[in-house]
Design a binder for this molecule. Structure first.
Ligand code: FES
Length: 152
């Protein structure tokens, strides 16, 4: 769906700002927003460009630079930390060959940190795009990454 088609789905009220930004970002394989996107959204909703830019830079789920097809967010909050998120983080760095904030050369994965995903009962947990994976151990982590590699 194009940016213009996404905008038309929504009423021109600022209440829809976050939903519109999410939709536009999710419509791109590289999961990011351009300055042109921000300009179009601010014009459409009658908001200041600087306000929309401020919102996008405030929330870590938005990005102004291209990211991988699969955005892996590793929960760093205390329950996941206690249940082994440090090991999960180290394994991901090893498997993918990138650090947090980086994207693999093939454009398949971006590694990011996040706070609680709301699924502490299955800690340690990660989120890949909009899918949550919990009760992770090293073996399960390898399986999950291989599954994602296969569906290029
Ligand atoms: S602390 Fe990790 S999901 Fe809540």
């Amino acid at each position: 769906m194009s940016r213009e088609e996404i905008l038309k789905k929504y009423d021109q009220t600022s209440d829809n700002l976050l939903a519109i930004l999410h939709d536009i970002q999710d419509s791109k394989d590289e999961h990011y927003l351009t300055k042109e996107d921000l300009k179009k959204v601010s014009d459409y909703l009658g908001l200041m460009y600087s306000f929309v830019h401020g919102v996008v830079t405030f929330y870590s789920m938005f990005s102004l630079k291209p990211r991988g097809k699969n955005i892996i967010r590793v929960c760093q909050s205390p329950p996941c930390h206690l249940m082994g998120s440090t090991t999960i983080s180290k394994e991901l760095i090893k498997i993918l060959g990138i650090k947090f904030g980086e994207t693999t050369e093939d454009g398949l994965f971006t590694l990011e940190m996040t706070s609680c995903l709301g699924v502490c009962g299955v800690a340690p947990a990660i989120m890949i795009n909009d899918q949550v994976f919990g009760n992770l151990n090293t073996d399960r982590l390898y399986e999950v990454i291989e599954e994602k590699r296969r569906v290029k």
